[in-house]
Design a binder for this molecule. Structure first.
Ligand code: PLP
Length: 380
C-alpha cells in the first residue's frame, strides 16, 4: 500500500472535509448556489487576514496574486524598496523591476533575518512608494518580524506589501493592527486547500495609490467591484472556492490563536527531533520558525538523497533546498493540517534514510522530538 505523506512547504495536505467540498458537483458561478459560498469565503478570508478591507480572490497561485500587487502599485520609474533574504524576496525584486520600478534592493544572504533598522536606514537614504516584504521566507525557514518592519515603513510614509504566502494562517499576520497595506497569500499552504487560488488583502490607501502599469485580469478595482456584487469578474474555480470555504471554517473553528500555538509546537517538535538526531538546523532555532524547518544535511550526504530516500522508501515527501542550498539542506514543511504525530513520521523517515545513507545519527530521536513539541506550553 502506498500512503503518501506530504511535508513540502506547499502544497500541503488537504483535510477530507475540504476534499469532499472540492469533489462536490460543480455549480454555476453566477447562480444562487454559489453566491452564499462566495460571500462566506470572502468574509472568512477577512477574518483570517484580520482585516476589514477587501480580500480580493484570484484564480492564480500566490505569485499571480503578488503580481496583482505589482501591476496595481508599480508605475515605471517609481522608487520601491524590496527586502529579500531568500528565493521569494529575490523573485519580488525581479518582478517589480520587470514592471519598471526603480528598485532599491535590500538584499540579505539566504537564511539571514531582515533587520527593521536596516529598512529604516534605507528609507532615510531614499524614499520609496512601497516596501515589499516576505513574512515567511519558505526557501530558508526564516519568519521575519513583519510587524516591526511595517512600523518603520509607515513612519517613512511608504506602503507595506507583504508576501504571506506560506505564513497566513500559520503565524500571526495582523493586517489592520500592524498597518499592512497589502497581504498576499495562496490556497495551498496553511489554508489547507489545493493550489489554484491567490488572494490579496488590499487597504484603502493601497487602492488609492494604484499606478499606470497595464493590467486587466489582475486589476484590483475590477475584482473589488465584482466581489461587492458577489458576481466574480471571471469564472472562478468554484470547486476550489467551495474547498477554501470549508478550510477557513475549520481554521476559525479551531481559533486562530490555537492554530498559531499548534504551529509553534510543530516547529518545536521538528527542531527538537532534528537536533536530537544530531543534525544542524539551518532555520533559526526560535518559536518564530513555525512554518518550515530547514535542516543541514550531514557532512558527505546530499540533501537530495535524503529527500529521494524518504519518498521512495516511505512515501514521505520533503523538499530539497533551493538555489545554492540545493543538495545542502532539506526542508520539512509543517504548515496547515498537521499534528505532532505527523512530525514524528517525517523525522522517523529522515532517521531511517540517513542510516541507509551511512550517516551517524542518534536513533529514536524523532519520538523524543515529538514529545518536546507536545509537552511544551503553548508559547514562551
Ligand atoms: N512566496 C512564498 C513565501 C512562497 O512560499 C511561495 C511558494 O512556495 C510563493 C511566494 C509562490 O507561490 P506560488 O508557488 O503559489 O506562486
Amino acid at each position: 500500500m502506498d500512503k503518501p505523506s506530504l511535508f513540502t512547504p506547499g502544497p500541503t495536505p488537504v483535510p477530507p472535509q475540504v476534499l469532499a467540498a472540492v469533489g462536490a458537483p460543480v455549480i454555476h458561478h453566477r447562480s444562487l448556489d454559489f453566491q452564499p459560498v462566495y460571500e462566506r469565503t470572502l468574509t472568512r478570508l477577512q477574518e483570517v487576514c484580520r482585516t476589514r478591507s477587501d480580500v480580493l480572490l484570484f484564480t492564480a497561485s500566490g505569485t499571480g496574486a503578488f503580481e496583482s500587487a505589482v501591476a496595481n502599485l508599480v508605475s515605471a520609474g517609481e522608487p520601491h524598496l524590496v527586502v529579500s533574504a531568500g528565493n521569494f524576496g529575490e523573485r519580488w525584486a525581479q518582478m517589480t523591476a520587470a514592471y519598471g520600478a526603480d528598485v532599491d534592493h535590500l538584499r540579505y544572504a539566504w537564511g539571514e533575518t531582515p533587520d527593521p533598522e536596516d529598512v529604516r536606514g534605507r528609507l532615510r537614504e531614499r524614499e520609496a512608494k512601497a516596501v515589499w516584504l516576505v513574512q515567511s521566507e519558505t526557501s530558508t525557514g526564516v519568519v521575519a518580524d513583519v510587524r516591526a518592519m511595517a512600523a518603520v515603513t509607515r513612519e517613512a510614509g511608504a506602503l507595506v506589501v507583504v508576501d504571506a504566502v506560506s505564513s497566513l494562517g500559520a503565524v500571526p499576520c495582523e493586517t489592520d493592527a500592524w498597518g499592512l497595506d497589502v497581504v498576499v497569500s495562496g490556497s495551498q499552504k496553511a489554508l489547507m486547500t489545493p493550489p489554484g487560488l491567490g488572494l490579496a488583502a488590499v487597504s484603502e490607501a493601497a487602492l488609492a495609490a494604484t499606478g499606470s502599469s497595464p493590467r486587466f485580469y489582475f486589476d484590483w478595482e475590477r475584482t473589488r467591484h465584482a466581489q461587492h456584487e458577489l458576481d466574480a469578474p471571471f469564472t472562478p474555480p468554484v470547486s476550489l472556492v467551495a474547498g477554501l470555504d470549508v478550510a477557513l471554517g475549520m481554521l476559525l473553528e479551531e481559533g486562530l490563536e490555537a492554530v498559531f500555538d499548534r504551529h509553534v509546537r510543530l516547529g518545536r517538535a521538528c527542531r527538537a527531533g532534528a537536533k536530537g538526531l544530531g543534525l544542524e538546523l539551518f532555520s533559526p532555532d526560535t518559536d518564530r520558525s513555525a512554518v518550515v524547518t530547514a535542516v543541514r544535511a550531514p557532512d558527505g550526504v546530499d540533501s537530495g538523497d535524503v529527500v529521494r530516500g524518504c519518498r521512495e522508501r516511505f512515501g514521505v515527501t520533503l523538499a530539497n533546498g533551493q538555489g545554492d542550498l540545493k543538495g545542502r539542506i532539506f526542508r520539512i514543511g509543517h504548515i496547515g493540517w498537521f499534528d505532532i504525530f505527523d512530525i514524528i513520521t517525517a523525522l522517523a523517515a529522515v532517521e531511517l534514510v540517513l542510516v541507509d545513507l551511512g550517516a551517524e545519527v542518534e536513533r529514536g530521536a524523532a519520538v523524543a522530538g515529538g514529545g518536546a513539541g507536545s509537552a511544551a506550553p503553548p508559547r514562551a
